[in-house]
Design a protein around this ligand. Structure first.
Ligand code: ALA
Length: 390
C-alpha cells in the first residue's frame, strides 16, 4: 500500500515531530508526578516542564509576563473562558461571519442570555474589511472576537488593523489563533491583542488536549473562570484564586500533553517559523495552481497562498464533497475533511452551505510529490459522475 498522504492538518497536525513524542515518553519514564502539588523532587521536575512551556508560549507570542498564559485543554475551553467568563447581559459584541463554531456557539448562547451580537459579513472569498468592525462599534461594545484565519478557506484576517481599531475605541480584542499559532507570526503587543486563544495540537505540534489562553494585564479581574477547584496554590482558601494563571487552571494539569506542546514549540523554534511558513505557502501555491487548472474543480477562498494558511477548500462539480473525500481516502490514500468543518457561518459566507467542501490542509511534513499525488487524484475524480460511486 502506498504511504498515507495526510492532508487534514487544519484538524490536527500529523505526523508530530520526534521531539514531541520523545518529550512525552520521557515525562512518563522519568517524571510521572503532578506539578505544583506535592513539593517533592518529582513534582518540582513536573513543575519545571510547565514553566518551560509557559516560557515557550510567551516567547512565541511576544508576551512579556509568562504568568499571563494559562493552559487549557483546547481552544474551545479558552474561548469559553473569553466569552462566557467575560460577557454580561446588556453587552454588545462583534464577530465575523467566518468564525468556527468554537466562537459562534458560545456567542449564540450568550445572545440567549441577553448579549447583543453583531456578525460582520465577509466577502465570498472570506475576507473582512476592518472598517466594517469600526462602523459597528457602539457605546456598549465590550469585545471583538475574531479568528486569525478561517479553518474553511485559510483566509488570514486583518488582525493588526482590527486590533488598532479596538485599542482606539477601548474595546477588548480577542483573537482565535487555532489555525495560525506556530505558523503565522503573532505578537500580542504589536497586534493589540487583549486575549489570545490557541490550541496545541495543530501548528504548534503538540498533542490533542492541550491549548491555552493569554489574558492582558488587569483583564483577569473582569473574566470569571468557567471551572474552579484545586490549584495547588493558596490551599488555605476555600475560594478560588483570583490571580493568573491559577484562576483558569483548576484541577491537575495535562502535564504529559504540556510536555509534548513544549517540545513542539521548541521544534518550531529550531526549524524557524519563517521556514515552516515558506514551505507550507509554497506547497499551498502549488496545490492552488494545480487545482485551478483542472476543469470541473471549484475553488473557494482568496486562492492566494500569501494571504491564506495551508488550507484549501474545493468541490468537484457534480459530486458530493463526502464522495470525493471517501474516494481520496479509499482509492488514493489521501486524508481530507469534507463537509462544513464545524463552521456553518463560514460556509454560508462562501456560498457552500449546506453541502460543504472538500478541505485539503497541508503541513510542514508534506512534500511536493504529495501535492502532485493529490492533484492527480482530484483530476481522476473529475472524470467521475455521482452515480459511479453508488
Ligand atoms: N476546527 C478543526 C477543523 O477545522 C477541528 O477541522
Amino acid at each position: 500500500m502506498r504511504d498515507t498522504i495526510y492532508m487534514d492538518n487544519a484538524a490536527t497536525s500529523w505526523p508530530k515531530p520526534e521531539e514531541t513524542i520523545k518529550a512525552m515518553a520521557e515525562y512518563f519514564h522519568s517524571i510521572g508526578a503532578s506539578p505544583g502539588r506535592s513539593g517533592h523532587r518529582m513534582s518540582l521536575d513536573a513543575g519545571r516542564i510547565i514553566l518551560d512551556a509557559r516560557e515557550a508560549v510567551s516567547e512565541l507570542f511576544g508576551i512579556e509576563n509568562l504568568l499571563r498564559v494559562a493552559f487549557t485543554k483546547n481552544a474551545t475551553e479558552s474561548l469559553n473562558i473569553a466569552i462566557s467568563g467575560l460577557l454580561k447581559p446588556g453587552d454588545h459584541v462583534i464577530t465575523s461571519s467566518m468564525e468556527h463554531n468554537s466562537v459562534m456557539r458560545p456567542l449564540r448562547l450568550m445572545e440567549k442570555r441577553g448579549v447583543e451580537l453583531s456578525v460582520i459579513p465577509c466577502s465570498s472569498s472570506g475576507e473582512m474589511d476592518p472598517e466594517d468592525i469600526a462602523r459597528n462599534i457602539k457605546k456598549k461594545t465590550k469585545a471583538i472576537y475574531l479568528t486569525h484565519a478561517s479553518n474553511v478557506t485559510g483566509t488570514i484576517m486583518p488582525i493588526s488593523e482590527t486590533g488598532k481599531i479596538a485599542r482606539e475605541r477601548g474595546v477588548i480584542f480577542c483573537v482565535d489563533a487555532a489555525q495560525t499559532a506556530g505558523v503565522i507570526p503573532i505578537n500580542v503587543e504589536e497586534m493589540s491583542v487583549d486575549i489570545l486563544v490557541f490550541t496545541g495540537h495543530k501548528s504548534l505540534f503538540g498533542p490533542q488536549g492541550t491549548g491555552g489562553i493569554y489574558i492582558a494585564k488587569g483583564l483577569e479581574k473582569e473574566i470569571d473562570p468557567i471551572m474552579t477547584g484545586g490549584t495547588g496554590s493558596r490551599s488555605e482558601w476555600e475560594e478560588h484564586p483570583d490571580f493568573l494563571p491559577d484562576k483558569y487552571e483548576a484541577g491537575t494539569a495535562n502535564i504529559i500533553g504540556i510536555a509534548g506542546l513544549n517540545a513542539g514549540i521548541r521544534f518550531i523554534r529550531s526549524v524557524g517559523m519563517e521556514i515552516i511558513r515558506e514551505k507550507e505557502a509554497s506547497l499551498t501555491a502549488m496545490l492552488l495552481e494545480g487545482l485551478k487548472s483542472i476543469p470541473g474543480v471549484i475553488l473557494y477562498g482568496c486562492t492566494d497562498a500569501e494571504k491564506q494558511t495551508a488550507v484549501v477548500s474545493f468541490n468537484i462539480s457534480g459530486l458530493d464533497a463526502s464522495q470525493v473525500a471517501m474516494a481520496l481516502d479509499e482509492e488514493f490514500n489521501i486524508m481530507s475533511r469534507p463537509g462544513l468543518q464545524c463552521a456553518p457561518a463560514a460556509h454560508k459566507t462562501i456560498g457552500t452551505f449546506s453541502a460543504g467542501t472538500v478541505r485539503l490542509s497541508l503541513g510542514y511534513f508534506l512534500e511536493k510529490n504529495d501535492v502532485q499525488s493529490a492533484l492527480i487524484a482530484v483530476e481522476k475524480l473529475t472524470q467521475r459522475k455521482k452515480g459511479d460511486f453508488l
